[in-house]
Write a protein that binds this ligand. Structure first.
Ligand code: HEC
Ligand code: HEC
Length: 331
């Protein structure tokens, strides 16, 4: 008789152990769920646009190889088109991706997410409709202080193909969150080049150099750290020469390794360092043909003439809100 109890006892003890395990696993899961819910309240998934990695380019086809070449031109512009470029010598030694990070794929890293979906578009700077080719040409002439390859060249076709490949899933006309550069709130004072110099010396000069000259790549064309001013930098017609673009770009991306989840600079530091860097000497571009409709100039466009009575100094450094407030509401 006694023997019959053994399996029953064994069964009951195992049952108890299993039940205990189940309960503790259940409790653990409950704790995990609570922790996850708490985490979610501070880290809502934010649906920012992120570009595909170049490893996903289908390089087995001719059109895929063109896209790949476009990627390589954007990542290593200097190698192909810089002062010692293998294809042509038509730009300043910088790479497109020095400013369009990781070939234009990084959220708030001045990426190309909305380009294919929004061009051709009307741009007041040119007082006309701009295609993607025109826009790329602008960056060659201003940001790279040089000249663009012809629209029909394999190089321009490749850059177009890459930008199209990156952005063709974006619905026409849409501007997904995280594309281009973030607009920071205006400061309630003018940005200060003097304070910005302190920020620069502490947080930027170790890479970009004491005199903003950058650090040339020791083993090839281009830069390990690109220049921020001086003869090899972007010219005064470039997008970064406008304070809001510079401040928004560095706030989310600099010092190198920063991403938009964890900015290292305060907003004020970003505006002030922008004011410092953009007060240093750089190549000049004759912009006499830009902005035919003067009233369309952005508040931080740093060159006269203006449709309002604010000084060139205030249009360059701010405070910008009073300028904005004085604009007609119809704009
Ligand atoms: C010195 C920095 C810099 C470099 C180098 C640079 N760009 Fe740009 N680019 C900008 C800025 C700033 C903008 C304007 C962003 C804005 O207005 O939101 C811009 C805008 C663009 C746009 C339009 C983006 C949009 O969303 O409308 C395209 C396309 C573009 N650049 C392509 C290129 C290509 C191709 C190269 C290399 C041949 C290049 N850029 C090099 C700074 C740069
Ligand atoms: C650890 C090195 C490092 C530090 C520190 C750093 N940068 Fe950069 N910066 C880079 C590199 C590298 C790039 C080019 C990114 C690429 O090609 O992927 C870059 C690109 C830039 C660009 C666009 C390209 C150009 O040359 O115009 C700007 C503007 C810039 N940095 C500003 C700053 C500012 C302002 C600071 C200080 C707040 C700073 N950086 C700190 C390494 C650094």
């Amino acid at each position: 008789m006694k023997k019959d109890w053994i399996p029953v006892l064994l069964f009951a003890t195992t049952g108890l152990v299993v039940a205990k395990e189940c309960i503790s696993a259940y409790r653990q899961r409950q704790r995990d769920d609570e922790a996850y819910a708490a985490w979610l309240t501070t880290h809502q998934p934010d649906n920012v646009w992120r570009g595909c990695s170049s490893s996903q380019i289908p390089t087995s086809t001719e059109s895929g190889r063109l896209i790949q070449y476009g990627h390589d031109l954007i990542a290593n512009t200097a190698q192909y088109l810089g002062p010692q470029g293998s294809v042509a010598q038509i730009s300043n030694g910088m790479n497109c991706q020095n400013c369009h990070l990781q070939a234009g794929t990084v959220p708030y890293g001045n990426n190309f997410g909305k380009v294919y979906a929004t061009y051709p578009l009307f741009r007041a700077r040119n007082n006309g409709v701009q295609t993607i080719y025109d826009r790329v040409k602008d960056c060659f002439e201003r940001s790279l202080n040089g000249h663009a390859p012809d629209t029909g060249s394999r190089e321009m076709q490749a850059i177009y193909a890459y930008i199209k490949w990156l952005g063709e899933d974006v619905p026409q006309g849409a501007k997904p969150k995280g594309t281009s550069i973030m607009k920071l709130p205006y400061l309630d004072r003018g940005a200060s080049p003097a304070t910005g110099q302190l920020v620069y010396n502490e947080k930027c000069s170790s890479c970009h150099g004491k005199n903003g000259e950058g650090l040339p790549n020791p083993v090839g064309p281009g830069y390990s750290y690109p220049p921020l001013w001086g003869p090899h930098s972007y010219n005064d017609g470039a997008g970064l020469y406008r304070l809001s673009n510079f401040a928004g770009f560095v706030y989310n991306n600099m010092p190198l390794g920063t991403d938009y989840h964890q900015p290292h600079l305060s907003e004020a530091e970003a505006w002030d360092v922008a004011a410092f860097v953009n007060s240093r000497p750089r190549p000049h571009l004759d912009q006499g043909r830009d902005w035919k409709v003067v009233a369309k100039k952005p508040v931080d466009f740093p060159f006269k003439p203006y449709a309002d009575t604010f000084s060139e100094q205030q249009h360059k450094f701010g405070p910008f809100q009073p300028i904005k407030d004085a604009q007609p509401i119809t704009k």
